[in-house]
Ligand binder design. Sequence first.
Ligand code: FEO
Length: 393
Amino acid sequence: MKPIEIVKDIYWLGVIDWNIRDFHGYSTYQGTTYNSFLIVDEKITLIDTVKKEFADELIASISQIIDPKKIDYVISNHTEMDHSGGLPRVMHRIGEDTPLYCSKMGHKNLSMHFSQEWNYQPVENGGELSLGKRTLTFLETRMLHWPDSMFTYVKEDKILFSSDAFGQHYAGIERYDDEIGEAIMPHAKKYFANILLLYSPLILKLVEKVSEMGLAIDMICPDHGIIWRENPSKIINAYVEWSTQKPKRKAVVIYDTMWHSTEIMAEAIVEALGQEGVNARLMHLRSCHRSDIITEVLDAGAVIVGSPTINNGLFPTVSDFLTYMKGLKPKNKVAAAFGSYGWSGEAVKLINQEFEEMKFEIIDPGTRIQYVPDDKGLDACHNLGEKIARALP
Ligand code: FEO
C-alpha cells in the first residue's frame, strides 16, 4: 500500500488483508488491516509491525518514505503476532540492534515468541521518549487485551496509538472515520464484543484514568481498521456504553436443532417476545457465526438458549457457543433454556448449569418438550417468551 501522511511527518503504513475470513475463530467477513505507523522526526520511529506474511509489504511501504535502515527506534505496543509477526524481518532489514521499546511484559512476551537478542528497551507506565520535536508517552494497558499491551501517545500531535483498542476488523478503501461514517460502528461493536468484552471493568477504569490525566486526543490510531479523526470521542463513548453493558429490551434466542422441534420452540418464543414489543433475534448456531451471535448478546437484556438432548448431553454447537460466551463474561442478563428431547432430556439442565456459572439470572426453570411440540407445548413456549418480556426493561 502507498503510505498515507495522517499528519505532517506521521504516516499510516498499514497492510490490508482483504481475504482473511477467520481470525482465530472470529469471522472476518470483510477482512481486516494491520496498521503500522512511521514518525519521521529527528529520531525516526516505527510503531508496530504487521502479520508475518505481510512484512515485505510493510518494508516496501517504509522504503517509499525513507531507507528502512534510517529507522532509529521501533515501538511494539502489543506482542500478538498480527502486530509482531513482521518484527524479525523488519528488524533484520533495519538493523538487529535498533532499540525496541515495549512494556516490561512486552519484553517478556516478545522474548518468548522470538528467540532473538534484540536491543529491548522496556518502558515504565508513563515513561517518555524524546524523538526531537515530539515526545512519546507510554501508557500500560495491561490485559487490554494481553498482559503486554500498551498505548503510545504523542502529545504534540495529540495522537493516541491504541494498539487493538478502538480497532475494527474491516478491510476497505477508507482510512478515516469521516470517510465511512456510521457503517464502521457495527465492525467496532463486533470487535469489542469478541475481543474486549471480558475486560469491560478494566476499560471503564482506563477511560476514567485517561480522563483524569486530561489527555487531549485529536486522533486515535488503532492497529486494525480505520483511524478516528473526525470524532475520536465517539468510539470512546461507545466503549463506555458497551463496557457498562446496560441491558436493552432485546432478547437473543440461540439454538440448534435436530428434527426441527427445538427450532419450532425457538420460533414460538421469538414470536411471543415480538408480540410483547421486545427486539428479538433468532440465531441458529449453524447459520450464524458465534462471533456474530456474541455481538448481538452484547447489549441484549435476555439470552435464551435451546438445545435438543443428544447422547444425554448438549448439541455440540450449543456447547461450543456456551463455552465461548462464558469466556467473554457478559453481564446483566436474564436467561432461560429450552429444548426438545426423546427420552432422557438433560439439555435444559446442562444449559442452566452454564447460566449459573455465568451468573445470569435464570428467570424460569426452562421448557422441555418430548419429541414434537403440540399446542400445549407451543403455549408453554409462548408463556416463556412472555415471561422473559416481563423481565426486560
Ligand atoms: Fe490485533 Fe491482540 O492483536
